[in-house]
Design a protein around this ligand. Structure first.
Ligand code: BDP
Length: 727
């Protein structure tokens, strides 16, 4: 919790009841669960609706729910709210202002209230102010304890965002079943693509020591509906399945269980050989199959609610079934069979590329998986990156969504900003996630948003889900920057309901993280909503992609063309030459557009028909291609780079303007990071223009400054210690 002194100062500063506490130091540890003291008038109003807690049972999950409510209400109301348990009291009189939390079984008074629980499943909740036994109370009800926990967090969010508890009526249930974080954490504590320090899993001291962070991590996740976590890197080492590690995993599972969170592990397909000493990892080999079965049995004996495995196979050098001449389905099914008796899920990634007959990397994953559609066991789900390539600043959606219809598919997004400025650039990913979720895939005719495919509305899969590659590390504020917390938050909220508006989520996050201060909320939310487009503008406008320097992906490298595989090179993607720029994915090029539904393919195939934001993703066009504005592409491109840079300057101004409403510590970090962002936006702009100018031979358009350095200057820059990069 935020240190106590700050809290008391906050109350003193604020007791006139006019504005909530702000301006005091905050180290960011509490994330959006700050529970700052409410202003005096709100304290009174909320307090009358929270005079006591009546709790259905003392189950571990309800204990988490109750203790969160107690802690939060104490912090916000500065008064302890007494707790009673149903076991002794449920038949007795309910006192006014009580909060009743439980299931109809644990708290029978809830059974007679005609609540809409029937359709809410295991995780859904009803939070409602109503009259029970003739007195005004708030009920937090669900079919199962975990739903009550989610309901408690929804209740607290309602108060934290300025809602009146006396007028609460929330009915919600998640639209996706698996809502998972994927940690790319290595067992040595480093994190692949991690920009927030080291792994929070202290494998060395587990299982004996359980850092308090593990519980706070679980609280934060539960508060946004995340119900599973893959603890280790998809580039998995076999050791994670060693018995000595599994007991450590079990300890974490024990800590997370009372928060409704199940653990999963990434596994290395070659584990039976590396760990089990078998001569082969052939998925049809009886001994290999037996090895996986015994391993699964061992895990479930330790962790009865273990979620399952995540596998990156035959991808970027990882072993897989192709190594022994078998298909992805053979490999996935073998491991799925081992999990099946225990109810576990096998998550198989589709991130495969690098075929020998490379035509277009963007088309390879679907080519690999489409022929296998329907060949997977029913406890297999394919995990598909949002775009066809790799978490680029902007990509159209992966055509696997909509084309693989007989196998469950879940979407993987990257919360850690490997390709979006990493820790320092202020980029709220909500609008980017929303763009892909609301993309009309036309998969079942016009109006088939990707979100509808994910929720299972269109193809009725057996499992649904969404995964986010975590941005969490040992940084005191968890995510290596205040605004990166918003990306963890928005991921969870969208995994709960992929049709939620990213603006609404940003508003929630700002209010919960900084306070309900009108003069702050509006400008900061506006800034966040613009921030992704801003980055696209200064990094890779008009559908350019993969223009990054090698390895660390920090900074521009559009000129790079000497890496061994063609599709590792930025020049492979930009295809810029004297005549034009962009990747032709129409029939005259790779024809990757044909992987989409025909109506959409036709739109993508016409350079004038679809949003110009995607132009160079699908088309190779001459430099003097006429844009809708009437200007040439070259002029428009330079304008976009400059616009992006200007927009970062505007962000800096906005941030300065809200200074009175933000604590000094967080203010200073964001201000410093924005200064870095401006410098780097300038760098992206200059280096990109310098390169494209060199290949095109075109002058800088009038009114725009030429890059201050020759191209060689940008090419000579090196960053040997850039973080997050696997060495
Ligand atoms: C790429 C990352 C690489 C990951 C890979 C993956 O650069 O570090 O291992 O994705 O998702 O974006 O497997």
């Amino acid at each position: 919790m935020t240190n106590l002194l700050s809290r008391f100062l906050a109350v003193l500063a604020d007791d006139d009841g006019t504005s909530p506490a702000a301006g005091l130091d905050d180290d960011g540890y509490d994330l959006w669960l700050r529970y700052l003291p409410l202003a005096a008038t709100r304290r009174t109003a909320v307090g009358t609706s929270a005079t006591a807690l009546l709790v259905g049972s003392e189950s571990p999950i309800l204990k988490s729910a109750r203790s969160e409510l107690e802690k939060a209400l104490f912090a916000m109301l500065l008064a302890r709210v007494p707790v009673r348990f149903a076991r002794t009291e449920h038949d007795g009189a309910v006192q006014p202002g009580s909060i009743l939390l439980g299931t109809p079984q644990s708290l029978p008074v809830l059974a007679n209230l005609d609540l809409p629980l029937a359709t809410l499943g295991k995780d859904g909740y009803v939070v409602r102010s109503m009259s029970v036994q003739g007195v005004a109370v708030t009920i937090i009800a669900a079919n199962e304890d975990v739903g009550v926990l989610y309901g408690c967090f929804a209740f607290l969010r309602h108060i934290q965002t300025g809602g009146a508890p006396a007028e609460i009526d929330l009915v919600s249930s998640p639209r996706l079943a698996l809502r998972l974080l994927n940690h790319w954490d290595n067992l040595d504590g480093s994190i692949e693509r991690g920009y927030a320090g080291f792994s929070i899993w202290d494998w060395w001291t587990l299982p004996d020591h359980a850092d308090a962070r593990y519980t706070d991590y679980a609280r934060a996740n539960a508060s946004i509906g995340i119900n599973g976590t893959v603890l280790n890197n998809v580039n998995a080492v076999p050791d994670v399945l060693a018995s000595s590690f599994l007991v450590k995993v079990a300890r974490l599972a024990d800590i997370f269980r009372p928060y409704g969170i199940r653990v999963f592990l990434s596994v290395n397909f070659a584990s039976p050989a590396a760990l089990g000493g078998l001569p082969t990892v052939d998925p049809l080999d009886a001994e290999v199959r037996d090895w996986w079965q015994r391993k699964a049995d061992e895990i479930y004996a330790l962790i009865p609610d273990f979620g399952g495995f995540l596998v990156k196979a035959n991808s970027e050098g990882q072993p897989g079934p192709n190594d022994t001449g078998h298909s992805h389905a053979d490999g996935a099914n073998m491991i799925a069979d081992a999990l099946m008796p225990h109810g576990g899920t096998l998550i198989w990634r589709t991130f495969v590329y690098a075929s020998d007959a490379l035509v277009d990397r963007a088309a390879e994953a679907l080519d690999a998986f489409k022929p296998l559609d329907g060949a997977f066991r029913r406890n297999v789900i394919l995990q598909v990156k949002n775009g066809p390539i790799d978490f680029q600043p902007r990509e159209p959606f992966s055509p696997i969504f909509g084309q693989v219809t007989k196998t469950p598919v879940m979407m993987e997004v990257q919360i850690t900003k490997e390709y979006l400025g990493q820790a320092t650039h202020l980029v709220y990913l909500g609008p980017a996630f929303e763009e892909v979720l609301q993309f009309d895939t036309y998969a079942a005719g016009k109006g088939t948003s990707l979100s509808r495919i994910l929720t299972g509305e269109v193809f009725a899969p057996t499992v649904t889900g969404m995964a986010g590659v975590a941005n969490i590390g040992t940084d005191r504020a968890w995510t290596g920057g205040v605004f990166n917390q918003a990306n963890w938050y928005v991921f969870g909220r969208l995994a709960w309901d992929p049709d939620m508006s990213s603006r609404r989520i940003a508003e929630e996050w700002v209010k919960m993280s900084f306070g309900c201060i009108e003069a702050l909320v509006r400008p900061v939310v506006d800034m966040m909503m613009q921030s992704h487009e801003t980055l696209v503008n200064y990094m890779m406008p008009y559908g350019l992609h993969h223009q990054f320097a090698t390895g660390h992906h920090y900074g521009p490298g559009p000129w790079i063309s000497d890496l061994t595989r063609p599709e590792w090179n930025p020049t492979y993607y930009n295809r810029a030459d004297r005549h034009g720029i962009g990747f032709d994915r129409t029939r005259t090029g790779s024809d990757a557009v044909a992987q989409y539904a025909p109506e959409l393919a036709a739109l993508f195939a016409d350079p004038h028909a679809f949003d110009e934001k995607y132009l160079l993703w699908f088309h190779h066009v001459p430099w003097d291609f006429q844009m809708t504005s009437g200007k040439t592409l070259w002029t428009s491109l330079v304008e976009k780079y400059d616009l992006g840079l200007d927009q970062v300057r505007t962000m800096r101004e906005i941030w300065q303007n809200v200074r009175p409403h933000v604590d000094a510590r967080r203010f200073a970090q964001v201000a410093a990071f924005l200064a870095i962002q401006e410098r780097e936006a300038q760098w992206w702009r200059d280096a990109s223009i310098a390169y494209f100018q060199q290949v095109s031979g075109l002058p800088t358009p009038e009114g725009h400054a030429p890059p201050p350095h020759p191209l060689d200057h940008y090419k000579a820059l090196h960053f040997p210690y850039a973080p997050g990069h696997p060495h």
